[in-house]
Design a protein around this ligand. Sequence first.
Ligand code: BES
Ligand code: MN
Length: 458
Amino acid sequence: MPVMTTPIMSESEVRAAVEREMPGVRADLERLVRIPGIAFEGFDHSHVERSAEAVAELLRGCGLDVQIVRSGGQPAVIGRKAAPPGAPTVLLYAHHDVQPVGDLTLWESDPFEPVERDGRLYGRGAADDKAGIMAHVAALRAYGDALPVGVVLFVEGEEEYGSDSLERLLAEHRDEITSDVIVIADSANWDVGVPALTTSLRGIVNCFVQVRTLDHAVHSGMYGGAVPDALTALARLLATLHTDAGDVAVDGLAAREGASVDYPEDRFRAEAGLADGVSLIGTGRITDRLWTKPALAVLGIDAPATGEAPNALVPTAKAKLSVRLAPGDDPKRAYAALRAHLEKHAPWGAQVTLTFEHDGDPCVIDASGPMFDAARSAFRTAWDGTAPVDLGIGGSIPFIATFQEMFPRAAILVTGVEDPHARAHGPNESLHLGEFARVCLAEALLLRNVAVAGVDGR
Ligand code: BES
Ligand code: MN
């Protein structure tokens, strides 16, 4: 047993303390949501600076030593509090940047003015991932001076833009962030009322494919019939990316079978918001299609807008592609496989140019051992006896692989605040406030359980 200077708070004390803190946590979450910190190119990054400042202020308020750090990218916030003698140190990760909001007319309320409707708090970042930050803050506030573990808060400022400088940041601050357990609060629970631990995530490769068939636009009546337009050529090329059944048709991408969680098709259709009559694509279990097989989507196309398109053959057209990779796959190999496919299938000899945007590693987490037991027990208590489900996630948190390499002995607990109705990245993103309270309690209990398990519990 570790030597403790202060006794560890009991479960019921922790519960009462978290409840006491929730109103303040909610108010500070709303304050964060009002800051439109978007790390994407072309956005006003002064808001990301402000959002880092706001996070730094919150962490200082928890008695942490705080610094704002950067390494050529957006500002991250590191906050530290030393462990009581003999107790483990826990790294708590979240990100303070958010996705762009897209078409404002699709939002029922201002994305940066948080409002509550039907028990949910609406706003960009209300879930992904400002609630993740506030779950950490809630746990710290609940303990005050009686924090039973050491903590390193690491709140990144460019996760949604690919975390390009994160690897450098981690390397430069390695000594400050070394810890025994890592909690990454940026994932999702299985359902309202059912918690989860994420045990695998997909990787990602994003790129642009441009097709050229002509030097310049020409009259569609004069040349049409003998000259292929680039948009039709692009459409044909994109059509080769899936089989008729909707599986990804690119040779050389990995796929595997995943966790055996039952995801009933009608529940899945409803949560996705699939339009009537539209069939699912792909084959195999739904969870395998989402978590452990590759997926490929066309995210956007540059071509003349329909309202302005003249009667002319389009000389070039460009699409943005996003491939999600199965756990175990390699982004560089996958990109090469995609390139080979696109070059091989170029219709009518069209010139195809591929431009890489960014990629990220998938990961698999072996979720066994005392720290995972500590987490599962905390979740079960916070959800009144409902045990957490082990989940795969189809989304990506590429730097988890970096953490795994840098800190091979640390247990990595991927938790989160999202539920299937959170609509992260879309219009009308929201946080389920009742579930959020459980997430905060679970995190506080988790720190307690980790302290009890001790440094040797890794
Ligand atoms: N929080 C998400 C990851 C996630 C997605 C968790 C779905 C649970 C369910 C994270 O912020 C994210 O969106 N990541 C990006 C990574 C990319 C920019 C490299 C993603 O998956 O698109
Ligand atoms: Mn996120």
